[in-house]
Design a protein around this ligand. Structure first.
Ligand SMILES: Nc1nc2c(c(=O)[nH]1)N[C@H]1C(S)=C(S)[C@@H](COP(=O)(O)OP(=O)(O)OC[C@H]3O[C@@H](n4cnc5c(=O)[nH]c(N)nc54)[C@H](O)[C@@H]3O)O[C@H]1N2
Ligand SMILES: Nc1nc2c(c(=O)[nH]1)N[C@H]1C(S)=C(S)[C@@H](COP(=O)(O)OP(=O)(O)OC[C@H]3O[C@@H](n4cnc5c(=O)[nH]c(N)nc54)[C@H](O)[C@@H]3O)O[C@H]1N2
Ligand SMILES: [Mo]
Length: 769
C-alpha cells in the first residue's frame, strides 16, 4: 500500500495541509489554526498533475530552425530539448544581446505574483542572476494599485503606509456610524495576501462591525462587493463615475455649509482652488447633485441625502483598488481624500478615508511585526525602465519616449524578454495587441509551471518546480505568520527548482561565485532564516532554529498596532508630525502636479468621463475583477476553478434585463465583442450585477483561435476586450475596469478549449543534435 503523508504548504491564499499518496498530491485542506481557509487550495492537485504541466525544456520550432518569423509566436509548436541544450542556447542569446546591444536590451521586468516562499521567489531569482551579468531593463509599479502608488505621495504620503497603517476594523466596529464604500470590500478578494496569510480574519472582523450596528453603503456595480451578512445598502453607480459622485456630494457639503473649515485650514492646503472648480467658477460647470446624477445614474436627491448623512455621522470613506484601475483612476483617490477632508474626520478613530481595504485579507486587520529575511537581488547597473503597464508600448516603440511622474523617459530597445513568475497574457490588457507586440524581440524566455499563454509565446521555455515541490518558508508581506513549507513531492518530468537552473546558468556565464555565494538551496534557507531570527530578536521575538521551525507548526506573531488609526499622529500635532508632502499637509491642490501641466491630471481632483464611453466601443460596461475561484490565472485548470465554468467557459455575470433583451438564458454560451477583440464566456444571469454592466472574472487562460476574426478567445479572458490605454500620463497605470463591450448569444458550434492541454510538442532529440 502506498504511504499517505500529511504536510504543510503555503500559498498566497493561505496555509494548506496537503495529503500525498504514491508521490502525488491528492488533496490540500486548510490549516487547523485558520477559521476560514480558502477553497482555492482545491486547485492545486489537479493543476500540478494536469495535462498542461510543462515537463521538459522546450524551444519554439521555427526559432530553433533559424526561421523565427515563419510561424508567429503563440501559434508555433515546440521541440523538447535537454537542459544542457536549453541553457546553452540561453547563454548564447544573453551573450549576443549584451555584446550587440548592451544589457539594457534585456527586459526582465518579469511582473507577476509567482508563488509564496521567501527563497524560491522566481522574479528575485531571475533578477539576482541577471544582476550578476550586468543587469537588465526593469519595470516600476504594479497592476494592482499603481495609480495609488504614484498619486498618494503627492497628496498625502506613500501608499504602502496607507495600507500598513490602515485604521483597524476593530476601531471601526467601536467608533464608526457609516462606512461609504466606493468599490465595496469584496470578501472573495480577502482570501489572498501577497506572500501568504496565516489567518483569514476578515469575516469575523466585519461581522463585529455589523453586530455593532455600523452601517455600510456599497457603491459598486456588483452587489457581492460586500457580503450579505453586512446588510449593506447597495447603491450602484455607473463604472468610472465615482469622482463625479463624490464631487456631487462635496457640492452639497459646501452649499449647505457642512464642510469642516477648521480642518481644511489647519491640515490641508488648496481647498479654495478646488472649491472654484466645484462651484463652476473655473471651467464653468458647477458640480451640483443634478450634474452628478447625470453622470452616475443616481437621483440628485439621493446624493443630497447621502451627503447630509455623511456629515452627521462618524464616517469612513473607502476607495477600493479596483476603482483606481479605471480611466483617470487617480482622480477618485484624490477626490476621496478631498471629500474626507471636507468632513474633517481624517485621523479620528473610525473616520476619514482608506484606500485599499479588500486588496488583501490583512489590510485593516494585521501588519507584519518586522522584516523577514530575504534573498538579496544584488545591484542592477542598468537604469532604463518602464512603468509596468507600458509593455506593449515599449515593444512596439523601441527608443520612443513616454511621460511618467511629470518627466520624459525613453523606452529601451528590448531585444531579449525574460519572464519568470508572471503571465502577461493574463495580466495585460488588449491581448491581441500584446500578441502583435511580443513578435518584435529577438528572444523570449519564459519559466513557468504550466503552458500558460505566455509560455506559448516564448522561444525557450523552462519547466520549473511548483511551491509544493521544494522546501521553503512562507511569510506574507503584511502578515504575521511564519509557515514551514515542505517539499511534498518531486517536480514532475524534468522540471527543476529555479535556484538550480540559475546556478547552472551562472556557471556558464562565469558568475556562479556571485550568484550562489557558495551556498546551495538548503544553505540559503538557513541563511535567510537566521536573518529572520535576528530581526525577530530586535523586536523581542524569540524564534526557534531552522530545523525546529521547519519540522514544527505555523508560528503566529501579534499585530504591532492593533488600535491603529490612520494619520492619528498627524491629527494630534501636524507641526511635529508633518506629512511627507511639499507642504507637510494634505494637498487638496498640488502645485507640483499642476506644474506638470498634464492634460489628464490637473492641480486638484477633477472629473474626466471614462474614455470608452465616448469612443462608442459597445453598449455595456465590462468589469473584470479578481476571481473568487483562483488567484489571477494561477492553477486555472484546477478543480475549484473548473467547477465554476459554464460549458467550460469562464462565467460572465449579466443582468436579467440585459440578458432578456438579447435572448440570453442562464447557462448559455455568449460572445462578447468590441473593436479590439472578442471572446466566448458562459452566461450567469443574475440581478447581483448592475443593469448595463457585465462582469467577467479575470484569469481564464487566454485561448485564441487564430483562424477566427479578431482571434476570438474560446475561454473567456476579459483582456481580449480591454483597452491598454493607461489611467493617465502621470502614473501610466493599467485601467482594466474601463471597457465597453457588445454581447450576443453564441449559437455556433462550440469550439473545444485547447489551452488546458500542452501545445504541439515535437520530441526532442533532433533539436538536441
Ligand atoms: N482585466 C483585468 N486584468 C487584470 C486585473 C483585473 O482586475 N482585470 N488585475 C490585475 C492585477 S491586480 C494583477 S496583480 C495581475 C496579476 O498578474 P500575474 O501576477 O501575472 O498573474 P498570475 O496568474 O498570478 O501569474 C503568475 C504566474 O506565475 C506562475 N508561477 C507560480 N509559481 C511559480 C514559480 O515558482 N516559478 C515560476 N517561474 N512561475 C511560477 C504561475 O503559473 C503563473 O503563470 O493581473 C492584472 N490584470
Ligand atoms: N480570490 C482572489 N482574491 C484576490 C486576487 C485574486 O486573484 N483572487 N487578487 C489579489 C490582488 S493581486 C489584488 S490587486 C486585489 C484586488 O482588489 P480590488 O482591486 O479591490 O479588486 P477588484 O476585484 O479588481 O475590484 C473590486 C471591485 O471594484 C468594483 N469596481 C470596478 N470598477 C469600478 C468603478 O469604476 N467604480 C466602482 N465604484 N466600483 C468599481 C468591481 O465591482 C470590483 O468587484 O485582490 C486580491 N485578492
Ligand atoms: Mo493585484
Amino acid at each position: 500500500m502506498a504511504t499517505k503523508t500529511s504536510k504543510l504548504t503555503a500559498n498566497h491564499w493561505g496555509v494548506g495541509t496537503a495529503t500525498v499518496e504514491a508521490g502525488r498530491i491528492v488533496s490540500v485542506g486548510g490549516h487547523h489554526g485558520d477559521p476560514e481557509p480558502s477553497p482555492i487550495n482545491d486547485n492545486i492537485p489537479g493543476s500540478l498533475n494536469g495535462r498542461a504541466r510543462i515537463l521538459r525544456p522546450a524551444v519554439r520550432k521555427s526559432w530553433l530552425e533559424g526561421t523565427p518569423g515563419a510561424v508567429p509566436r503563440g501559434r508555433d509548436g515546440f521541440v523538447e530539448v535537454s537542459w544542457d541544450r536549453a541553457l546553452d542556447l540561453i547563454a548564447d542569446e544573453l551573450n549576443k544581446v549584451r555584446t550587440d546591444h548592451g544589457n539594457e536590451s534585456i527586459y526582465a521586468g518579469s511582473y507577476g505574483w509567482s508563488s509564496a516562499g521567501r527563497f524560491h521567489h522566481a522574479q528575485s531569482q531571475l533578477k539576482r542572476f541577471l544582476n550578476t551579468i550586468g543587469g537588465f531593463s526593469y519595470s516600476e509599479g504594479n497592476y494592482s494599485y499603481n495609480a495609488a502608488l504614484v498619486m498618494m505621495p503627492y497628496i498625502v504620503g506613500p501608499f504602502r503606509k496607507h495600507v500598513a497603517q490602515a485604521t483597524r476594523w476593530s476601531v471601526i466596529a467601536k467608533h464608526t456610524d457609516l462606512v461609504v464604500m466606493f468599490g465595496g470590500m469584496a470578501m472573495r478578494n480577502t482570501q489572498v495576501s501577497d506572500g501568504g496569510i496565516g489567518t483569514h480574519r476578515m469575516r469575523d472582523n466585519l461581522s463585529a462591525c455589523a453586530e455593532a450596528g455600523v452601517q455600510f453603503v456599497n457603491i459598486s456595480p456588483l452587489r457581492t462587493d460586500t457580503d450579505g451578512f453586512l446588510n449593506a445598502e447597495w447603491r450602484p453607480a455607473n463604472p468610472g463615475s465615482d469622482t463625479a459622485l463624490m464631487l456631487g456630494l462635496a457640492h452639497v457639503l459646501l452649499s449647505e455649509g457642512l464642510q469642516d473649515d477648521a480642518f481644511l485650514a489647519h491640515y490641508c492646503v488648496g481647498f479654495d482652488r478646488f472649491a472654484e472648480y466645484l462651484t463652476g467658477k473655473t471651467e464653468g460647470v458647477p458640480k451640483t447633485p443634478d450634474w452628478a446624477a447625470a453622470h452616475t445614474g443616481w437621483q440628485a436627491e439621493d446624493i443630497v441625502n447621502l451627503a447630509r448623512r455623511m456629515a452627521a455621522s462618524r464616517c469612513m470613506i473607502t476607495v477600493a483598488a479596483g476603482v483606481q484601475r479605471t480611466d483617470y483612476g487617480e482622480q477618485a483617490l484624490w477626490m476621496g481624500v478631498t471629500l474626507a477632508a471636507m468632513l474633517g474626520q481624517i485621523g479620528l478613530p473610525g473616520g476619514g478615508y482608506t484606500v485599499g481595504y479588500g486588496v488583501n485579507g490583512n489590510i485593516g486587520n494585521m501588519e507584519r511585526l518586522f522584516r523577514w529575511g530575504t534573498l538579496p537581488q544584488g545591484k542592477n547597473p542598468v537604469s532604463s525602465f518602464i512603468p509596468v503597464a507600458m509593455i506593449s508600448e515599449m515593444l512596439m516603440n523601441p527608443g520612443g519616449s513616454f511621460t511618467y511622474r511629470g518627466r520624459k523617459h525613453q523606452f529601451p530597445d528590448a531585444r531579449l524578454v525574460w519572464w519568470a513568475g508572471g503571465n502577461p497574457f493574463h495580466h495585460h490588457q488588449n491581448l491581441t495587441r500584446l500578441h502583435d507586440a511580443i513578435q518584435k524581440p529577438d528572444t523570449v524566455i519564459v519559466n513557468d509551471i504550466s503552458w500558460t499563454a505566455m509560455a506559448r509565446h516564448a522561444d525557450i521555455v523552462l519547466p520549473v518546480a511548483a511551491a509544493q515541490e521544494r522546501d521553503d518558508f512562507g511569510a506574507g508581506k503584511s502578515d504575521n505568520a511564519l509557515v514551514p513549507m515542505h517539499k511534498l513531492v518531486d517536480p514532475p518530468g524534468e522540471a527543476r527548482v529555479e535556484y538550480e537552473i540559475f546556478s547552472d546558468l551562472s556557471a556558464r556565464m562565469d558568475t556562479d561565485t556571485q550568484f550562489t555565494e557558495g551556498r546551495n538551496a538548503d544553505a540559503w534557507l538557513r541563511h535567510i532564516w537566521t536573518q529572520t531570527q535576528a530581526a525577530g530578536a530586535k523586536s523581542g521575538i524569540d524564534l526557534p532554529d531552522w530545523d525546529a521551525f521547519h519540522q514544527g507548526d505555523v508560528i503566529k506573531l501579534p499585530d504591532p498596532s492593533p488600535d491603529q488609526v490612520f494619520l492619528s499622529e498627524f491629527r494630534v500635532d501636524p507641526e511635529a508630525n508633518p506629512l511627507p508632502t511639499p507642504s507637510g499637509r494634505i494637498e487638496i491642490f498640488s502645485e507640483t502636479l499642476a506644474g506638470f501641466d498634464l492634460p489628464d491630471c490637473k492641480g486638484h481632483a477633477s472629473y474626466f468621463p471614462p474614455r470608452d464611453l465616448t469612443a462608442g466601443e459597445g453598449e455595456l460596461f465590462m468589469l473584470s475583477g479578481q476571481p473568487k475561484t483562483r488567484l489571477h490565472s494561477q492553477l486555472d485548470n484546477g478543480a475549484y476553478s473548473m467547477s465554476f465554468k459554464v460549458q467550460g467557459r469562464e462565467p460572465v455575470l449579466i443582468h436579467p434585463d440585459d440578458a432578456a433583451a438579447r435572448g440570453i438564458s442562464d447557462g448559455d454560451v455568449v460572445e462578447l465583442f468590441n473593436a479590439r477583440g472578442r471572446c466566448l464566456a458562459g452566461a450567469r444571469v443574475t440581478d447581483e450585477v448592475f443593469e448595463g454592466c457585465v462582469f467577467l472574472w479575470t484569469g481564464a487562460w487566454w485561448d485564441p483561435d487564430f483562424d477566427t476574426p479578431q482571434s476570438r478567445d474560446r475561454h473567456g479572458n476579459p483582456n481580449a476586450l480591454t483597452h491598454d490605454l493607461r489611467t493617465s500620463s502621470l502614473s501610466q497605470s493599467p485601467a482594466s475596469h474601463s471597457a465597453r463591450v457588445c454581447l450576443r448569444r453564441f449559437d455556433g458550434e462550440l469550439p473545444e478549449i485547447t489551452v488546458h492541454d500542452s501545445p504541439v510538442l515535437y520530441s526532442g532529440t533532433s533539436g538536441d543534435a
